[in-house]
Design a protein around this ligand. Structure first.
Ligand code: NAD
Length: 291
């Protein structure tokens, strides 16, 4: 049994923390919104009143927070993890943040006598709830090996992809692919609708061919139903496209399609849909089509 402080009990963090508690670990959760700890308590975990209270005495500190500034604050603030964690504790950051920030924080963790890996995830809310996430891990071999039994509790595809920050680089590529897929799925469904096609039949046959994908399986029905409850919020995908665009520019890689999709995600947010699921790109394509 490992004592795990879990900070960030939102759409993803809550089910992940619950799986770890049900696997027999002592999970102490903390979220800025205290009532979000309730499902973890029901699953056998505990709730802390503050970050420092959660972190003190923990062997592992897991984070599942929105963005780079949130992770930086929680780790480096005066009330933060680096100031309060036990020497040698292992920080596992599941959040999606900038690769350069992840690498910098890992160096700061080492200076504070702690260990850190980046372990961003893919698979969405369903993947978190079903403990079937794909986890892209960056960090030192020894730390990844130490974390692996815990990562295997929440994920089914756990791959060590390189040094600190490398997990975030792979996650950025994941977000580029997913955003492009969603945008084209939305265009295809509106195209089919405009032609009066039988949409469920079309989705069924598309799913069996080369156009089939996890995006089609998880998002087509939401688009057909007009059900854009998150899921993965447009605001978060906007953040991720920002990470992709700046990392691509730094590397001198052209991302013309990604740039266009980033604009569509930004326009969806500007239209007031930032709190909706990223499948709400469908609403933007519909507006552009006058539908
Ligand atoms: P969310 O907004 O549902 O959860 C984030 C939680 O962090 C919230 O409950 C919030 O109250 C809490 N929080 C924020 N700042 C805090 C602080 N300083 N201290 C304590 N708690 C704090 O977001 P989410 O959808 O769970 O996403 C979390 C991360 O996972 C993001 O980086 C996102 O990009 C990534 N992600 C999300 C999905 C998805 O499908 N939702 C999939 C893969 C990766």
């Amino acid at each position: 049994m490992t004592t795990i402080a879990f900070v960030g009990l939102g759409i993803m963090g809550s089910p992940m923390a619950q799986h770890l508690a049900r696997a027999g670990h002592d999970v102490v959760g903390f979220d800025a919104t205290p009532e979000k700890a309730k499902p973890l308590i029901d699953a056998g975990g505990r709730a802390a009143d503050s970050g420092p209270q959660a972190v003190r005495g923990a062997e592992v500190v897991a984070l599942m927070l929105p963005d780079s500034p949130d992770v930086t604050d929680v780790l480096t603030g005066s009330d933060g993890v680096f100031a309060h964690a036990a020497p040698g504790a292992l920080v596992i950051d599941f959040s999606t943040i900038r690769p350069d920030v992840a690498a910098g924080l890992a160096a700061e963790a080492a200076a504070a006598g702690l260990r850190m890996i980046d372990a961003p995830v893919s698979g969405g809310q369903a993947g978190a709830e079903n403990a079937a996430l794909s986890i892209m891990v960056g960090g030192a071999d020894v730390d990844v090996a130490a974390a692996r039994p815990l990562l295997d509790v929440v994920g089914t595809t756990v791959v060590h992809v390189g040094p600190h920050g490398a997990g975030q680089t792979v996650k950025a590529a994941n977000q580029l692919i997913v955003a492009g897929n969603i945008a084209l799925l939305a265009e295809a469904l509106l195209f089919l609708e405009a032609h009066g096609a039988d949409l469920p039949a079309a989705v069924e046959v598309l799913g069996g061919g080369l156009a089939g994908s996890a995006v089609l399986n998880q998002k087509a029905q939401k688009m057909l139903d007009g059900d854009f409850a998150p899921g993965f919020r447009i605001d978060l995908h906007h953040k991720d496209m920002g990470i992709v665009m700046s990392a691509a520019r730094e590397a001198g890689v052209a991302t013309p399609v990604g740039g266009l999709v980033a604009q569509l995600v930004g326009a969806t947010r500007a239209a007031g849909d930032g709190g909706l699921d990223h499948s709400a790109l469908h609403r933007t394509i519909a507006r552009l089509s006058g539908r």
